[in-house]
Design a protein around this ligand. Structure first.
Ligand code: HEC
Ligand code: HEC
Length: 444
């Protein structure tokens, strides 16, 4: 095995003939990277002990449509014709979602990184998978993922059926060599054989495996938040501070340019335009242009498995949507996430680099503040005062579904406390300064 250090932070390993480039040890937070020399290949690993699989309890059950704010017609329209919802199929998908036997060594389930107790996230900056291997990206929530027009931070999957297959075969997530191995594992269990025959009238196979899990994902809609009640006409459902935050969100904050919420469209209840933008998240630590040229050489356009690996376990992850489209304008662009339940899904951004919603607000307030030629032109200094930042946070806290009400209150208190001593993204000079001149993109 060859080991070299480059740019102070990237380790390059040549494992089994193929060079794998990994980012190591530069991230704050609880996961400290070190190199793993026990396996045949080398991956950055977390020093945290392996957690047990979260419980498959009431928080994990399919959700009721009787929630204020559920978009009924839209919910219906996102169910594909060839994979209709049935209670048995959703139940099978739920079992599989919590089953670590889907992973290569029987230690990691979908729920390991999408824990219902944390609104289907993992509370870590970046995900930790099989053999404690560290990924490059933050685990998004599965709640309301059924409404996403594209899945993953870079939209490399368009359907949930496509999405489900990728973590199973990713070497740092569930580590299976292919879907057939995962199916073989499941097919060896008589109870699963019986369930597949009951639901699909045939033996376990990759198509039905991903269909069952996708059906379960489509049962996870989450509304009924104080904000939904406010929108439905209960003017006392949110605080005065959250109301001010809502006005700022649509005006000086410019948030609704991307976190779209219009009650006049057919997709009214989402806080996303389903588009990709470069908002400058820590872009400065990556030299993205050489990285982009490297990706063009290393990855065949449209090779989903290679793109998935680049996104999850290489520094090319930072290229975001570019990995799929190869358009320079998409360099470091990521999908606008829905903001529902955001209070309980810290840390934030595609790389988990913002610990609190105050850090997120500081990022926007200073207009990202990087000299990035691909930064969205919509990102600019906002000149927000502290009380206004608190109002934005109050608004975002009002987007929490009742199931996470207590967690939301605890988390708001925790983040507020943390923000009193730690505001690493705050830069008042930039926030109240002029919009910087943006450098031109380099020519090809
Ligand atoms: C090791 C941790 C890990 C495991 C295991 C895992 N995921 Fe994820 N999941 C992630 C990360 C990280 C992302 C974001 C990756 C990206 O965008 O490139 C993600 C993205 C997703 C998304 C997309 C959400 C969105 O808003 O775009 C869904 C849905 C999802 N996972 C469901 C699943 C299912 C179902 C399984 C099991 C088959 C699973 N995950 C296994 C970590 C994990
Ligand atoms: C130009 C489009 C754009 C604008 C304007 C914008 N956002 Fe975002 N937002 C995004 C994108 C894209 C991401 C994901 C970026 C990433 O992770 O690299 C994001 C991420 C976030 C996140 C993190 C969510 C998570 O789950 O990690 C929060 C919170 C957020 N935005 C709130 C806001 C608020 C509040 C405003 C207004 C002050 C705002 N955004 C303005 C596009 C935008």
């Amino acid at each position: 095995m060859m080991l070299a250090r480059e740019a102070g932070s990237w380790l390059i390993f040549a494992a089994g003939g193929a060079a794998v480039v990994l980012a190591c040890g530069e991230r704050g937070g609880q996961s400290q990277a070190k190199s793993d020399t026990t396996g045949a290949s080398a991956f950055a690993v977390s020093s945290q002990p392996l957690e047990p699989i979260p419980p498959d309890d009431s928080l994990a059950r399919p959700k009721s449509l009787h929630q204020v704010g559920v978009p009924l017609a839209l919910t219906d329209s996102v169910i594909p014709k060839d994979n209709p919802q049935t209670p048995q199929k959703i139940g099978l998908g739920e079992k599989l979602f919590f089953d670590r036997r889907l992973s290569a060594n029987g230690t990691v389930a979908c729920a390991s990184c999408h824990d219902p107790r944390l609104a289907f996230t993992d509370g870590r900056p970046v995900a930790v998978g099989i053999l404690n291997r560290l990924g490059q990206r933050n685990s998004p929530t599965v709640l309301n993922a059924l409404y996403n027009q594209m899945q993953f931070w870079d939209g490399r999957a368009t359907t949930l059926e496509q999405q489900v297959g990728l973590p199973i075969v990713n070497p740092v997530e569930m580590g299976q060599p292919n879907l057939d191995s995962a199916v073989a594992r499941i097919a060896a269990i008589p109870e699963y054989r019986a369930s597949f025959i009951r639901v699909f009238t045939r033996q376990p196979n990759p198509t039905d495996l991903v269909r069952a899990i996708a059906s379960y994902e489509r049962s996870q809609f989450s509304f009924d938040s104080p904000f939904d009640h406010y929108m439905a006409g209960d003017s006392s459902a949110i605080s005065a501070s959250a109301k001010r935050g809502w006005v700022l969100f649509k005006t000086r904050g410019r948030c609704n340019l991307c976190h779209l919420f219009a009650d006049t469209t057919t997709r009214p209840t989402r806080f996303t335009d389903d588009q990709f933008h470069n908002i400058g998240v820590l872009i400065v630590r990556h030299n993205v242009v050489p990285l982009a040229r490297q990706a063009e050489q290393a990855i065949a356009k449209g090779d989903t498995i290679a793109i998935d690996q680049a996104a999850i376990l290489s520094p090319m992850s930072a290229l975001g949507r570019f990995l799929i489209t190869r358009a320079d304008s998409d360099i470091a662009s990521f999908k606008t996430p829905d903001l529902r339940n955001v209070m309980v899904t810290a840390p934030y951004f595609h790389d988990g680099s913002a610990a609190t919603l105050w850090d997120v607000m500081d990022h926007y307030n200073k207009g990202a503040g990087t000299r990035d030629p691909y930064l969205s032109t919509e990102i600019q200094p906002l000149a927000l005062h502290e009380t206004e930042i608190d109002d934005f946070v109050a608004l975002m806290a009002s987007l929490t579904s009742p199931r996470y009400k207590e967690l939301g209150a605890r988390e708001l208190a925790r983040q507020r406390q943390l923000s009193r001593t730690s505001r690493p993204q705050r830069d008042s000079v930039r926030a109240f300064g002029p919009k910087p001149v943006q450098p031109k993109p380099p020519g090809r």
